[in-house]
Design a protein around this ligand. Structure first.
Ligand code: TRP
Length: 453
């Protein structure tokens, strides 16, 4: 029963289509907006090292497991978990993993859309030449002029959410594959161009030192938790997004191979973003720990000064919006497929309903940059709390449960069958990571950040 070969929601046209879509999901604001700013806030090198280790030893193995579950279940994450639990003789409560994913997806999308709205707003600014001739104070004012105005933020947030809903309503195959296959390579080219500019005009060697020379005295327990959380966030793991994409993956495609391609592409984009931004930060005397506004206060300086900056800047923010868009789609896909399976709603209405819920929640994030900027809980604003709860708690918890289910509940033979990996050393290594290492690391990092060990 669990060996259904296709999903009722559609199927990718092949391996390449899956890689493109999964890369589209993985590469997004997490790489270009978030990675540089959390690296800046957490002291650089040591943080980057922990992040890279988490990608290699936790993220990649869990991504393989998540794809595997999706492909074997071929349904929404909740029904997939229910089905696979039944197949393996496990508890029906495993379904709750899917429920948790849907909730995490709504929460993440709600703030993701607000930040993507900043990128949209910056397309307009770049295109109208608003960056030309600006200095450090100018870009800072430009940024606070946007985030300080909740009406503007709400407008851009609404526009971005509408764009997301429209694509989701049309289904996975149409449009998405084609858009991603053109836009991702273009984003990559622009990033390389920006790194070239940073080498020529910025303080490149200081940036390289900052990003790659670990200073462990700057590494707190919380920084380790943030690095781990980010490895889940950036690879879109732990909430069923990759599971659902796996459910559209044709049988007999090597899961290990596609995972590696996606994870490497994702990591390269993040590192390039850091290498484009930090040289400018240091050359212009900006603050590396400036927070969520970092790229919006750094790159406009570069665009304002470089030849052709209006065109390159406009293209950059268009690409950033697209990257965010292809990620946002995967954030509500689990909720939408579930609604289609379980409620009378068809795909279009389900997409609208899901988008509306996330939009409503997003208002909290909109306000946390202005009207509610002083309202804090545990020293964090509404947005920071939402980000912390989802990225650093819910996603790693989801990942932990995925490990336990795949390695301890499912039959080894079924896992081996589905993974399409020969029963040899590589399989053993993966199985060890998923069975012992990754779950233990997640638990240790959780406890450590709480000061318990
Ligand atoms: N990975 C995306 C990024 O880096 C964000 C994202 C998309 C995501 N889908 C996800 C994060 C699912 C967590 C879970 O921008």
């Amino acid at each position: 029963m669990a060996t259904q070969t296709t999903s009722i929601h559609g199927e990718w046209s092949g391996k390449l289509a899956f890689i493109l879509a999964a890369t589209g999901s993985a590469v997004g604001l997490g790489n270009i907006w978030k990675f540089p700013y959390i690296t800046g806030e957490n002291g650089g090198g040591a943080f980057v090292l922990v992040y890279l280790l988490c990608i290699a030893l936790i993220g990649i193995p869990i991504m393989m497991a998540e794809i595997l579950l999706g492909r074997r279940g071929r349904q929404s994450p909740m029904n997939t978990m229910a089905l696979l639990a039944r197949e393996a003789g496990g508890s029906p409560a495993w379904k709750l993993l899917g429920v948790m994913g849907v909730i995490a997806g709504f929460l993440i999308l709600s703030f993701y859309s607000v930040i993507a709205g900043w990128a949209l707003a910056y397309i307009e600014r770049a295109a109208t030449g608003a960056f030309t001739g600006l200095d450090k104070t100018g870009v800072e004012q430009l940024f606070s002029g946007l985030v300080g105005d909740w009406e503007k933020l709400l407008g851009w947030h609404t526009l971005f959410m509408a764009l997301t809903v429209v694509v989701v309503a049309r289904g996975v195959r149409k449009g998405l594959e084609r858009a991603v296959s053109i836009l991702m390579p273009l984003l990559f080219v622009i990033l390389v161009l920006l790194v070239g500019y940073a080498i020529a005009q910025g303080d490149f060697s200081r940036a390289v030192d900052f990003m790659f020379k670990p200073d462990f005295s700057k590494l707190s327990g919380e920084a380790i938790l943030i690095a781990m959380g980010h490895s889940f966030f950036t690879l879109s793991l732990g909430m069923g997004a990759i599971m659902i994409y796996g459910s559209y993956l044709p049988s007999h495609v090597s899961i290990g191979q596609v995972t590696l391609v996606v994870a490497i592409a994702d990591t390269v984009v993040a590192l390039l973003a850091g290498l484009a931004i930090f040289p400018i930060v240091f050359a212009q005397g900006l603050e590396a720990g400036a927070g969520p506004g970092l790229i919006f206060q750094t790159l406009p300086l570069a665009f304002g000064q470089m030849p052709g900056g209006v065109v390159i800047g406009t293209l950059f923010f268009i690409m950033l919006t697209f990257a965010a868009w292809s990620s946002a789609i995967s954030l509500i896909e689990p909720a939408v497929t579930w609604m289609v399976e379980r409620t009378p709603l068809e795909r279009t209405s389900a997409a609208f309903a899901a988008g509306f819920i996330a939009w409503l929640l997003g208002i909290g994030t909109v306000l946390s940059f202005n009207e509610w900027s002083d309202v804090t809980w545990l020293g964090r604003t509404f947005f920071d709390n939402l980000d912390f709860l989802t990225t650093n708690i819910l996603l790693p918890l989801g990942g932990l449960l995925i490990c336990i289910f795949t390695a301890w509940v499912m039959r080894r033979k079924d896992v081996l069958d589905e993974l399409e990996l020969p029963d040899g050393a590589l399989f053993e290594l993966w199985h060890f990571l998923i069975r012992f290492f990754a779950p233990a690391a997640v638990v240790v990092i959780f406890l450590n950040s709480m000061g318990l060990i």
